[in-house]
Ligand binder design. Sequence first.
Ligand SMILES: *[C@@H]1O[C@H](CO)[C@@H](O)[C@H](O)[C@H]1NC(C)=O
Ligand SMILES: *[C@@H]1O[C@H](CO)[C@@H](O)[C@H](O)[C@H]1NC(C)=O
Ligand SMILES: *[C@@H]1O[C@H](CO)[C@@H](O)[C@H](O)[C@H]1NC(C)=O
Length: 507
Amino acid sequence: MKRGAYQCLSLFVICLTVYPVTPLEEELSDTLFDNFLEPLKGLFNKNDDNSAYAKFSLRKPSDPDDDVCYIVRGKPETLNDCQFNTTAKTFLVIHGWTVSGMFESWVAMLVAALYERERDANVIVVDWLSTAQNHYVVAAQNTKAVGQDVAHFIDWIEENTNMPLKNLHLIGYSLGAHVAGFAGSHASNKIGRITGLDPAGPDFEGAHAHHRLSPDDAHFVDVLHTFTRGSLGLSIGIQQPVGHVDIYPNGGSFQPGCNLRGALEKIANFGILAMSNAIKCEHERSVHLFIDSLLNEQEVSKAYSCGSNDMFDRGVCLSCRKNRCNTVGYDVSKVRKARSVKMFTKTRASMPFRVYHYQLKIHFSCKVNQSEMEPSLTVSLYGTKGDAEDLQLNMKDKISVNKTHSFLLVTEKDIGDLLMMKFKWEESSSWSSSSLLQMVSSWWSGNSAATSGVEVHKIRVKVGETQKKMVFCVKTPQALNFAQEVTFVKCMDDWKSHSKRHNLKRH
Ligand SMILES: *[C@@H]1O[C@H](CO)[C@@H](O)[C@H](O)[C@H]1NC(C)=O
Ligand SMILES: *[C@@H]1O[C@H](CO)[C@@H](O)[C@H](O)[C@H]1NC(C)=O
Ligand SMILES: *[C@@H]1O[C@H](CO)[C@@H](O)[C@H](O)[C@H]1NC(C)=O
């Protein structure tokens, strides 16, 4: 999406950032948005001439940037002219809305990445720029007609080459994802796969499955959501799941490195440009995650099925049992369930995007009653391949004593097998004063001040990427008090019980 969208959307962004967004205001912005755009719908009439909406350019690995050969429906000789390989995989890359009327730079990057992975493939760029450069609402309305045009093209190729449709993979970005959906639903036979890269939200969110990308449109539909509602009160990407597998990297909004949060805060000073760059970065991140999955086959990201992003952020969803985890991007496993599966993952700010996910389960015990605490917890991990130091533990809740809390921790680096952890507990100032009160009261009630300390005896760790589980114990029991840095190593009794089991087996 480009400038024009931001200009019309930004009106609402400004409204919404001035006041905190409540669900009611969100509703209101929807209505405003519709009312604002609705009258424009009538201004544009659909093209009456029966001219084709889309052109099909078979790009070359040597020239991923240029359109040198078009395949034209009804002209079978163009298949030969363009050296269409009838036994190879075929990709249709479908762009989204544009204001400039030109291809965005990601198109050539995606074409090159597809050829990098699939040498013999036919990578066809679907050019519907002339329609896509209309006002957003008009472009959105025309996705169906463009999709039908693509469907006719697919039917024609199938008839002329006997190409099995399982070899056909449509990749659509933004509005292009819905074009792919319409193409799939209108093609005579079911196509193999559609990948939706942050499918467009406005005019499609909440629409019936027939009027947007849906799991019915191909044998397998996988979707990456990178800029969804929830972050702004309006959404450029669709929030609802629309495929068999729907992955929400970083919760589907606030992608690292895009600085949308910063742009929102600084919009008064820096204006719309910073804002639109951040929005473009978030929306387009879906494409770059997919490119990453093509280029960095050895460093694929894993995503995990979870009820909500909030639960994912507590680290409770790192299971791979019964298809609960999957690979992000090109190598996704084709899991087809009746209901679409929502999956989550964290990423780095740039390629390769992969991170390692850890769940830490910590029981904070304390002899005396403490009010809820909001400390800042810093963790360092030491492994067989390297270290990841001073990672901030993300607190979803306040800490209450005699309760087990679960945290999600990610590292950018592969540290190998985890050997040791160090924890630093820093009290926020608000807690310090209440802690002081606690000490005083425990003093008066006859306890020594030291007993007001919070203790952690064991930490249970689960690694998403390896599915390994471990238990860590305090290295030196004197250092039990969590006031300073405490070191944890793998528990000895854990080892003993393992070796016992081994011995039993041998006998
Ligand atoms: C067509 O693709 C197949 C793989 O699907 C490959 O083996 C073959 O060499 C390709 N033919 C040409 C002419 O490139
Ligand atoms: C801690 O406080 C709760 C209520 O706030 C009380 O029910 C409980 O008995 C207290 N426990 C101790 C050990 O003082
Ligand atoms: C926490 O549990 C320990 C051991 O079971 C107990 O001695 C202590 O009183 C509990 N603390 C609170 C605040 O309930």
